[in-house]
Structure formats: C-alpha cells, structure tokens
Design a protein around this ligand. Structure first.
Ligand code: NIG
Ligand code: FE
Length: 412
C-alpha cells in the first residue's frame, strides 16, 4: 500500500474525537490552515499545519497538491435503503391526484411494490444494481454507508438483500454497514396479522440473520398503520437479546411514540423524527439517542422539517443522512441533504459537517475509526472543489467533490 502526502490544503476542517458531538459541541470543528496530511498504510499518520511538512518522505510516497482547497473527512451516510428492485416513479400520478405516502402503502403499493420487484430479482442482479449506486455515492464524497434490508419481508429475500450488503462491503471500496429492517411493512402473506409477522421475524428470521452474521443493527418502521409501539418494542428487544443494536424509524409521519420508545430502549439512533414532539425529544435526550435526520425525505414527501435546533438545544447529537430509497427519497446525494440542513434546519456549517461525519459515524458505531481526520483513524478524506465548507452548504445541485481518498487509496 502506497503512502500519500496531501499538501497545500487551504483549510482542513474536521470534528474531533470518537464520540458524537452534542449541544454547543456540535458546532466545534478544528480548522487548520495551510495544512498537510500524511497517510500510511491506509491510516492517518500525521497532520501538519501552517505550512509545516514532514522532513523526509519514503521513496514510494505519492504527493498530492490540494491547491489550497478544503479537505474534510469522508462523508458518512448513516441511513439508506440502497438495495432494491424497480423504482416508484409510477406513484407520481397518484400523488398528483392527492394520494399520500401512507394511502399508497395501505392500498398495497409503496414499499410493497418495491418488495415485489426485489423478490423477483436475483442476488447478482441486485448486487449489480446497487453497485452502481455505491459508485455514484463515492463520486459524491460518501466513503461509508449504512444499508438496510426491508424489501424482502421473508426469510430468503431478507437474507438475499443482506448478502448483497456483505458483498458490496467486500467487493467495492465503500464500507457498507448492514441493518436488518424486516419490520419495514406487513407483507401480503401476513396482511392484517402484524403481531404474527413480528413473531415470525423474531423467531425465524432474526436468529438466522445472527447466525450468518449479516447485520449489526435492527431497525423497525414504527408508524401509524405499519408497526405500533408495542410491536416495535418487541422486535427491538428480541434483537437486543441477540446482540443487535437498535435503530428506529420514528415519527416520520405521525408522532405515535417512536422517539419515546427510542429513548426507553437506549437505541443508538432514531431516524426521521419529522413529527416528534417535546416528549419524544426529552426521552431521546435522556436515553442518549442520536437523531438521524433525513431532510431530503421531508423535501420529497413535501413535509415539514424535523426540529433540529430544538434537538441540538436539548443536547441530542444530530446526524444527517440521505435516506436513499425508491419511495420517499429517490436521491442518494448527501450534498443535497447538506444544503437542506442549512436551508431548512438552519444549522451552522460546522454543525452540519459534524452531522455528516462524526455524528453519522457514531450512529453506526464507527466513531472509533472514522468520522474525523485524526492520527490513527482510517484515511477516508474528501478534497473539495471549494475553499471552505460554507460553499458546500451554499451551492446546490452540483457535485463539489474534487478527489476522494478511501483507506489511503485515491478512488475518485
Ligand atoms: O425511510 N419509511 C420507511 N422507510 C423508508 C421508505 C421506504 C420506501 O418508501 O420504499 C423511509 O422513508
Ligand atoms: Fe428510511
């Protein structure tokens, strides 16, 4: 493995540490001027500032001139559903006639439409399709991504999706972190029998996912007319017993108590939270839950935006992710979510950078190894075609990435 020196960095901006940043700490970023980074064996070996450089370089060291640009940690997209069959553009006419996301799901479409297409595809076909998304994400500066199952909704098809996650992790430069989301919708085989479906997931599917070591986290879609709080609790507690950490799709459309449950179960993260109320926020703060906010979903569903500022004020670490999926956010562009973090959440650029790097890394239990540019961490970095992070928050619709370095390799 070659060593790399990145020199002439205009500004190196990064959060610091291994734990998520909260409250006023969320806005704390180190900003080093005229910096350089030395990478050895895929890890960050040294950081220089104010024009300093290493005295001597190994003969195989490649030197990159950053030409005074901004350098940040690689972006971490901590919430996606990137392995799926088909698309859902066919929902456009229904939506234009007034149908909502949940109306379409209740009528057997929505997620269930994607389930039909995902079940029809082979593992290889799904792998090839999602590999294309991974490539695009890398080009957009994302170096680690979380990927959920949830479009199989039976043993074989859930395992198929999770195996695709595993292969994406092994066969592409991206680090892919896998989450089991069998409780994403009630499949046609269990129509009207959500409790029986949850029992099936807990008794049959989860133990197999564990045995084959195909996921680290268990998630559940806790939502009106999907899974209620008690069903979600049962799912997540069974998973915790097997060693899965909890995530929860909470209060995306209705505040039915998902965020409160997240706090009670000390989930690693609660996601969406568009409709979360004060009770949910208090419970999350008490339980040490990270809020994974998904502003591009609010945008695509024409909804309001999660109360990010209130969460920061209450000491909840905020992460921002894309939620890439065919139904509620057909965009994998995390830079667009960054723009919305500024425009709609009114977060500071520094708070946003923490949200898409260190806090997102902590939301997938990776704060030890990624999410910041510090000696000893994995060398995942982005060189931007911009002088500062304000520019990344401000310009939208263009890819502002210049170069992506993943584990010390230049990959884009
Ligand atoms: O995070 N809300 C549940 N899951 C996804 C949407 C999945 C879909 O519509 O296909 C979400 O928004
Ligand atoms: Fe989601």
């Amino acid at each position: 493995m070659k060593n790399i020196l990145i020199k002439n960095i205009g500004v190196l901006q990064t959060p610091i540490g291994k734990s998520s940043l909260k409250g006023s700490g969320q806005a704390q970023n180190a900003k080093l001027n005229n910096a350089a980074v030395l990478i050895e064996n895929g890890k960050i070996a040294a950081i220089y500032r104010d024009g300093e450089l290493p005295e001597k370089l190994s003969s195989d060291c490649k030197v990159i001139d950053a030409q005074n640009c901004l350098v940040t940690p690689g972006l971490v997209d901590c919430h996606t559903h990137l392995v799926f069959g088909g698309w859902r553009h066919n929902e456009i006419p229904l939506k234009l006639r007034g149908a909502t996301y949940l109306d379409i799901l209740k009528a057997g479409g929505g997620i269930l439409d994607t389930v039909r297409h995902t079940r029809e595809m082979s593992e290889d076909e799904l792998f090839e399709k999602s590999k294309g998304f991974i490539k695009e994400m890398l080009l957009n500066g994302v170096t680690t991504v979380e990927s959920k199952s949830g479009y199989g909704l039976n043993l074989n098809d859930e395992l198929k999706q999770l195996r695709v996650n595993k292969r994406l992790n092994e066969e592409t430069p991206m680090d892919v972190v896998s989450t089991f989301l069998g409780a994403h919708a009630i499949p046609p085989e269990y129509k009207g029998k959500p409790d029986e479906y949850i029992n099936y997931l807990c008794d049959v599917v989860l133990p197999e996912v564990k045995k084959q070591n195909l996921a680290e986290f268990c998630d559940v879609f806790c939502e009106d007319s999907v899974f209620d709080v008690e069903q979600s609790r049962k799912m997540l507690l069974s998973a915790q017993k097997l060693g899965f950490k909890s995530k929860i799709h909470a209060d995306e459309i209705e505040a039915i108590g998902g965020a409160v449950l997240a706090g009670e179960l000390k989930a690693i993260s609660a996601e969406h939270l568009i409709a979360t109320d004060g009770q949910g926020i208090d419970s999350m703060a008490k339980g040490g839950v990270t809020a994974a906010l998904l502003p591009a979903t609010s945008f695509y569903l024409n909804k309001t935006y999660a109360p990010a500022r209130q969460m920061i004020e209450k000491g909840i670490p905020v992460a921002i992710a894309s939620d890439f999926n065919p139904g509620s956010c057909p965009s994998l562009n995390l830079q667009f979510a960054i723009n919305l973090g500024y425009l709609k959440y009114r977060m500071l650029p520094e708070e946003i950078l923490s949200a898409v790097t260190l806090n997102a890394a902590c939301a997938i239990n990776r704060g030890d190894s990624i999410g910041s540019i510090e000696v000893g961490k994995q060398a995942d970095l982005v060189l931007w075609d911009a002088p500062n992070f304000e520019m990344i928050c401000y310009r939208f619709g263009s890819n502002q990435v210049k170069t992506v370095i993943k584990k010390g390799e230049i990959i884009a």
